[in-house]
Design a binder for this molecule. Structure first.
Ligand SMILES: C[S@@+](CC[C@H](N)C(=O)[O-])C[C@H]1O[C@@H](n2cnc3c(N)ncnc32)[C@H](O)[C@@H]1O
Length: 227
């Protein structure tokens, strides 16, 4: 179901402007933007320190990134979300809680190389990305070859992708794609909430919904092999 546009969206976005790195598409189409536009983020200027930077792609309402950033103040976080109506909730949460180490990119993940310097990110979180089981939509899956090629440009050698999903088919697809694209897969669980990783797990909005329905949560870490 399509979410209704939030009331006063623009003034509320403006109120959060200090947290926002960029918004929208810099060029006519995503392909052109990804290939031609560069406004690389200066992390030291943005965060005021040189701490390691982690990304969440598709941050939704920001529950996960806000909790993580409070738990790990020694790291910086960039939350990426293409939907303005959705990212606003995340930005308002971080602003209200005065969390200092989170910033936002309201852009499609396809154009992350426009904003994120190569080999600058230590970890990427993919939480409950839409599985898109239709064959014709494979390219849009956030663990397809196309996106893994992007993440490989952004990650430092040995950098990690941490994936959680409720979809067994999408999980198995992702494990295969990680292996085919130069990642070593580790810390795999097909029932996260009853595993050794449960204690440190931060439950996302979608995760809470799926879990309440009794669905198991799948989780794996993909480590970029050193070249
Ligand atoms: C199913 S929701 C999960 C939200 C949140 N991670 C959670 O676990 O509660 C997936 C989110 O990813 C965002 N998304 C999907 N494809 C994206 C893309 N290519 N770039 C940026 N965000 C994307 C959607 O707008 C949506 O908010």
């Amino acid at each position: 179901m399509r979410m209704r546009r939030k009331r006063n969206l623009e003034p509320r976005m403006e109120a959060c402007a200090a947290l926002l790195i960029a918004r929208g598409k810099p060029c006519k189409n995503l392909k052109e933007a990804a290939e031609t536009f560069r406004a690389l983020t200066d992390y030291a200027a943005l965060f005021g320190n040189e701490a390691p930077v982690e990304l969440e792609v598709g941050c939704g309402n920001g529950k996960f990134i806000a909790e993580l950033a409070v738990r790990a103040p020694q790291r910086n976080y960039i939350a990426v979300e293409q939907c303005t109506n959705v990212i606003l909730t995340a930005m308002e949460r971080v602003r209200a809680e005065r969390i200092p180490n989170v910033r936002f990119l309201n852009v499609a993940a396809e154009i992350l190389p426009c904003y994120i310097p190569e080999r600058s990110v230590t970890r990427i979180y993919l939480n409950f990305s839409t599985p898109l089981p239709e064959a014709g939509r494979e390219k849009q899956r956030l663990t397809s070859d196309r996106f893994l090629a992007i993440y490989k440009r952004l990650l430092v050698p040995g950098g990690q992708i941490v994936q959680k999903t409720d979809s067994e088919a999408f999980f198995e697809y992702s494990l295969r794609k990680f292996g085919e694209n130069g990642f070593a897969v580790t810390d795999v669980t097909r029932d996260l909430h009853h595993s050794a990783y449960a204690a440190e797990n931060i439950i996302t909005e979608y995760e809470a919904n799926f879990s309440a329905k009794g669905m198991p949560i799948y989780r794996a870490v993909a480590v970029l092999k050193e070249e």
